[in-house]
Design a protein around this ligand. Structure first.
Ligand code: SF4
Length: 123
């Protein structure tokens, strides 16, 4: 995925990368298949809030559906993804990680200070 549509107060991402846009699943799968054919063992899927993957596609799809498709690529030994957001992480994503041995049990979550004094220092 590229971009982000959340416009959090201190973040530049939407201004430099644009709004959230999911890559076409076929192009992702093709790219991973080629990487595996070239000998790559591990692939990481990237998105600012990767849990939201696919909601802008027509037809829509969900990130756990993409994970299942990519993890089924023969020869792919390890699959990771980042970044997840606690608000959008779904049980379907967690179940997909649990059910597919080549998806690493690894969750990358953004945690930032909730301390008012620290946040005011950036004003
Ligand atoms: S969700 Fe993350 S990437 Fe998107 S605007 Fe907020 S801090 Fe930036």
């Amino acid at each position: 995925m590229n971009g982000c549509s959340r416009y959090c107060t201190f973040c530049i991402v939407p201004y430099v990368r644009g709004n959230e846009a999911s890559r076409n699943p076929e192009s992702i799968i093709r790219e991973v298949e080629l990487a595996v054919q070239e000998g790559y063992k591990e692939v990481t899927l990237l998105g600012q809030i990767i849990d939201l993957y696919g909601r802008d596609l027509r037809p829509r799809m969900t990130f756990d559906q993409l994970l299942k498709k990519v993890s089924s690529i023969k020869g792919l030994e390890r699959l990771r993804f980042l970044t997840s957001h606690p608000k959008y992480m779904s049980k379907d994503i967690i179940d997909t990680v649990a059910e597919n041995p080549n998806i690493c049990e690894f969750f990358h979550l953004p945690l930032q200070s909730g301390n008012d004094e620290i946040l005011h220092k950036n004003e």
